[in-house]
Design a protein around this ligand. Structure first.
Ligand code: ANZ
Length: 756
């Protein structure tokens, strides 16, 4: 038997799979389908990291496992390519993001191929490919037509130095993450998707999903349903009345003041000459704080507006304050403060010396109207970025938006030289002067007019909100997805990721419900089962990062001679799937030795019959994979191999081994199966061999331990049988060949003493 040479074997099988298109998925109406995917990777310049490998290998193990069971498996692959890293690189180097993206994808694909994944490479997609984003734009237009894509003025973080809007998580201590300049809040017109329209259904359908509880709870909290009431308070002097949202309308008798958010629209009307300046200063300061800071349990701040409201229950005059602990985007942005029963209100009342009244509770329905409120906001999708999907809208002279007709899609990203946003708050698209102008029919005037294109691009999450359907018919030129293909393949059976618990996983559910309502999808939940796995950390347990110099490159593991099978098997063995795990180089070596032993067994087929442990292992590995207990499945295989080493392995033992090993180490297992001259059909176990319990009997010869026998429990009753089993064991026979004086069986101790 020659040496185990993983790189040679892997190259051979990767070529066979590529030449034969082994993993090409086609619709087979009479075969059960299994659609398994990982969350779209972003192909960064650094290439594949060990986290990707864990993610992709889980998908691959499942894909191969179900294929071996006879399912018609689809395992597609694609790239989420719009976004900041490529754009920032472009700004720094002047290389077009299109170019960088192409290079990164090629590198990423090459690396993924070396891992031997069972990918249908004909289904590769890329969000920045015009053939793809044409349909992202089409999706936008469907939402726009139904009023679910709309524009609204809202306060956004704005960096005056970089001239761009920043996301919440890009503001660090009130400063821009990139240049360190102090940021401000700027009122800007932005595009939103009305995800709140589906809040109720997004919430009510969570429970039925086969998703980890952790993720379900995170989504529930994010949606944040709150049942309460809206109550109107008249303002003395005739300023517009204030509508508050409260979950405790029964506490209204104790409402001794009102508080509005600094962004409250009619705040100015509540002020007078004495209070105007102080309110304005307070507002300016408050706008610099993030919502998280505003909700922190620090000393309350606020200013009296100068106005009084009438409490409709007590008819008393109560003061109206502005304070930043009231948030603009939640409820109505105004509250009735009940310091006796609400801690935040109490702190505020104590600081500003306002009355705290422990009043009786009243009927919840006496004042105001019932109202359900959600914490979740509409989804802000405008980005002043070059490297994103252009929003297919143009404006007429009055500034009214008009959709680009579907037959003019895609709106291509124009070429520019400088990718920086400009100082008017527009993306670099605004610099493409020719592109900016478009002749469009204006339905309002009935004329074809010159219009100006929208220069905002879409949040990257829009691109990944429908890709799971694109995979079903990735090259369809006429539709975003083909009805027949969708009906066969969707919804996704198993989806694997380690991130995006609320953003992406909520957005796909939202789009799914919308497109189901529009008749484009025959289901309302896009993902049946979700597997959320842990991260892989550096050997010291710390997060891997370039700056710490502790990054493990998965390609190094392969090229060091261990091969892809070792890397794959190791990453499945590393620990329970849902937990973070630390990389352990010694354990990589251990897995390599295990695969080596599997290989060596091939050269030494014996007659031994390991029927019990074989059946046990088949059952254990099968049920473990179904439960995603990949680490214990690998451990069971290791134990099996140990046993085969001790007992010798029959051809049947080895066939089972190779079949069970294939999802983890597909190259080695394929080579073994070829040499054993058999297919890869998943083996079945027979309960018959597992139900009758077995026990271990210790055999001593002249007081020395010589063997351990596995016997059926019922055979303990049969001393003669035990003795003859022992004497026929070769490890015992060595010492008894000159005759046996006597033997004593101690049943209770499972011990057979032989004296020679
Ligand atoms: C009076 C009251 C009395 C309240 C009481 C609570 C307890 P959840 O459960 O999170 O929905 N609230 C309403 N809008 C707010 C906003 N924009 N910013 C900050 N706080 C706001 O909380 C709803 C409660 O939070 C509301 O009910 C309101 O205070 C406050 F004993 O009204 B309550």
């Amino acid at each position: 038997m020659e040496r185990y040479e993983p790189l040679k074997i892997e190259q051979k099988w990767q070529k066979i799979w590529a030449d034969n298109k082994t993993f090409k998925a086609t619709e087979k109406p009479d075969t059960l389908k299994m659609y398994i995917a990982e969350m779209f990777p972003y192909p960064s310049g650094a290439g594949l990291h060990v986290g990707h490998v864990r993610n992709f290998t889980i998908v691959d193990v499942l894909a191969r496992f179900y294929a071996q069971q006879g399912y018609n498996v689809m395992r597609p692959f694609g790239y989420d390519t719009f976004g900041l890293p490529a754009e920032n690189y472009a700004i720094k180097t002047g290389t077009a993001p299109q170019e960088v993206t192409k290079i990164n994808i090629n590198n990423f694909r090459k690396q993924a191929k070396r891992l031997g994944y069972a990918i249908d490479w004909d289904r590769e997609i890329n969000t920045s490919d015009p053939d793809y984003y044409k349909w992202t734009q089409w999706c936008f237009l469907q939402l726009y037509k139904k009023g679910l894509a709309y524009q609204k003025e809202s306060y956004q973080w704005w960096c005056p130095e970089d001239q761009t809007v920043l996301a919440n998580e890009q503001v660090e201590n009130g400063k821009c993450w990139r240049c360190g300049h102090e940021v401000e809040k700027k009122k800007m017109k932005q595009w939103f998707f009305k995800i709140t329209e589906y809040a109720d259904e997004l919430l009510s359908e969570i429970d039925a999903l086969d998703w980890p509880d952790k993720i379900k709870t995170m989504q529930k909290n994010w949606i944040g349903r709150s049942a309460g009431a809206e109550i109107d308070f008249e303002i003395v002097g005739g300023a517009p009345k204030i509508k508050v949202f409260t979950t405790r309308p029964d506490t209204i008798l104790g409402a001794t003041f009102l508080v509005v958010a600094p962004e409250y629209p009619s705040l100015d009307a509540l002020t007078n000459d004495d209070t105007k300046e102080a309110v304005k200063a307070y507002k300016t300061a408050a706008l610099k704080k993030s919502e998280i800071e505003r909700q922190e349990n620090k000393e309350k701040t606020g200013v009296f507006t100068g106005s009084y409201a009438i409490n409709p229950a007590t008819k008393e005059k109560i003061p109206v304050y502005v304070a930043d602990y009231v948030l603009a985007g939640y409820g109505t942005g105004a509250i009735m403060a009940v310091p006796a029963y609400d801690d935040r209100d109490r702190e505020f009342a104590e600081k500003f010396d306002l009355p705290i009244v422990e009043a009786e509770f009243v009927d919840r329905d006496l004042y105001g109207t019932p109202k359900i409120t959600y914490k979740m906001r509409d989804w802000l999708i405008s980005r002043q970025r070059y490297w994103g999907c252009p929003i297919p809208i143009a404006y007429d002279k009055e500034g009214n938006p008009h959709p680009i007709p579907e037959d003019q899609l895609p709106v291509l990203i124009p070429e520019v030289e400088d990718f920086r946003p400009d100082n008017s708050g527009h993306s670099a698209l605004a610099k493409a002067k020719d592109w900016l102008k478009v002749e469009l029919y204006n339905e309002d005037t009935g004329k074809v007019e010159e219009m100006t294109r929208e220069t905002d691009t879409l949040d990257g999450y829009a691109c990944s909100s429908w890709y799971l359907w694109r995979y079903a018919s990735p090259h369809d030129k006429k539709h975003a997805w083909d009805e027949k293909a969708i009906k066969y393949w969707e919804p996704v059976d198993i989806y694997v990721g380690a991130d995006h618990a609320v953003a992406h996983l909520l957005y796909v559910r939202f789009w799914c419900k919308f497109f189901a309502d529009e008749g484009y999808l025959p289901f309302r939940e896009p993902i049946k089962k979700l597997i959320y796995h842990g991260y892989i950390n550096a050997p010291d347990g710390k997060k891997m990062s370039k700056s710490k110099g502790n990054v493990i490159d998965p390609l190094d593991v392969i090229n060091d001679g261990y091969g892809a099978d070792t890397l794959r098997t190791y990453e499945m063995f590393i620990g329970p799937v849902e937990l973070d795990a630390a990389w352990d180089p010694r354990s990589v070596g251990g897995v390599y030795r295990f695969l080596n032993r599997c290989w060596s067994l091939l050269g030494n087929i014996s007659k031994a019959d390991n029927i019990i442990i074989r059946n046990k292992t088949i059952k254990k590995v099968t049920t473990d994979i179904v439960k995603c207990n990949f680490n214990t499945a690998v451990a069971a295989l290791m134990e099996y191999v140990n046993e085969l080493y001790k007992q010798g392995a029959s051809k049947e033992d080895l066939i089972a081994l190779a079949k069970l090993l294939k999802p983890f180490a597909p190259h080695l297992a394929s080579e073994m199966l070829e040499r054993l001259d058999t297919d890869d059909e998943w083996p079945k176990w027979d309960e018959k061999y597992l139900t009758s319990d077995t026990v271990e009997v210790i055999v001593q010869v002249n007081g020395k331990l010589r063997a351990k026998l596995t016997v059926k429990t019922e055979d303990l009753e049969d001393e003669e049988k035990i003795t003859s089993l022992a004497l026929s064991d070769e490890k015992v026979a060595k010492y008894t060949k000159n005759g046996v004086k006597k033997s004593i069986f101690v049943k209770k101790a499972h011990l057979l003493n032989i004296v020679v």
